[in-house]
Design a protein around this ligand. Structure first.
Ligand SMILES: Nc1ncnc2c1ncn2[C@@H]1O[C@H](COP(=O)(O)OP(=O)(O)OP(=O)(O)O)[C@@H](O)[C@H]1O
Ligand SMILES: [Mg+2]
Length: 262
């Protein structure tokens, strides 16, 4: 279980997190939405201990992240899988080396065992036998899958996805969402998915948290999100769905104008 309590973080005088509180239950898939720059990635980085809070804390399975020693944090991180925004693969390494990196650096497994696990994880994300390729040879969707295979290498109990479908076409996005769903079900992991993509939210989320003004503005199920009439939420949600409200608003305005001109 992840407990985020009154988390505050500023960069210089820019207040990003202004008291974020959120509980993520073991086994659930929580999606986090909100406008670009609202602090979603910053929040994720606090959960995994890549950033430390100014105030408040994150507790994972009873342990407060910011109070752990370096070695305790490394140990805990082996239970986390992190798919970074943009996949963040090392271009100088092969796919196989990328996927096996955490195992090579943090475990005493033999090269043979590592190769076996790497093959297994690539198979799991639907990309078997591509160990020898370089990331630069892959499409965006394939890179995300390789990033996911790397996140899965240590058999994590928690998987954090930062914008897993951004930049992908709808079909590729949907197949990544299916993969997120499958992993949640078959591995029984706790998943935290940061996304702009409302299709993803409706497909994978048990619950949705929307960040706004440095806080959690909405927390509920996707159904509850779809039904809410709150203008801040509607503005975000509808703009990210198929309807382009900006155009609709503009059309409505023009129609009204025409009517009043007559
Ligand atoms: N290490 C840092 N140093 C200084 N400012 C930072 C740092 N990391 C993030 N910020 C700032 O914090 C704010 C929130 O950034 P964050 O990356 O969390 O946004 P986001 O919600 O993930 O946006 P996006 O949807 O575009 O990925 C931004 O204004 C960003 O410039
Ligand atoms: Mg981000």
């Amino acid at each position: 279980m992840i407990e985020i309590v009154n988390l505050k973080k500023s960069f210089r005088d820019k207040k990003v997190l202004q008291g974020v509180s959120l509980e993520i239950a073991t086994g659930e898939t929580m999606t986090i939405i909100g406008r670009s720059g609202c602090g979603k990635s910053v929040l994720l980085k606090h959960i995994v201990g890549l950033l430390m809070p100014d105030e408040g804390y994150v507790r994972v399975d009873g342990k407060i992240i910011s109070q752990l020693s370096k070695s305790e944090l490394y140990k805990l991180r082996l239970r986390f899988g992190f798919l970074f925004q943009g996949a963040a693969l090392f271009d100088s390494m092969t796919v196989g080396e990328n996927v096996g990196i955490a195992l090579r650096e943090n475990t005493n497994l033999s090269e043979k065992e590592i190769r076996k696990i790497v093959a297994e994880k690539l198979e799991m994300v639907g990309l078997p036998h591509i160990e020898h390729l370089k990331p630069s040879e892959l499409s965006g969707g394939m890179r995300k899958r390789v990033g996911l295979a790397r996140a899965l290498a240590t058999n994590p109990e928690y998987i954090f996805y930062d914008e897993p479908t951004t930049g992908l076409d709808p079909i590729m996005s949907d197949s990544i969402d299916t993969l997120i769903q499958t992993l949640a079900k078959t591995l029984r992991v706790t998943s935290v998915v940061v996304t702009h993509d409302m299709q993803s939210v409706y497909k994978v989320a048990d619950r949705v948290a929307m960040m706004h003004d440095g806080k959690i503005y909405f927390l509920g199920t996707p159904d509850e999100l779809a039904k809410t009439k709150d203008p801040v939420i509607r503005n975000f949600v509808d703009r990210n769905s198929y309807h382009d409200v900006e155009i609709e608003d503009e059309l409505e305005r023009l129609n009204k104008k025409q009517a009043s001109d007559r």
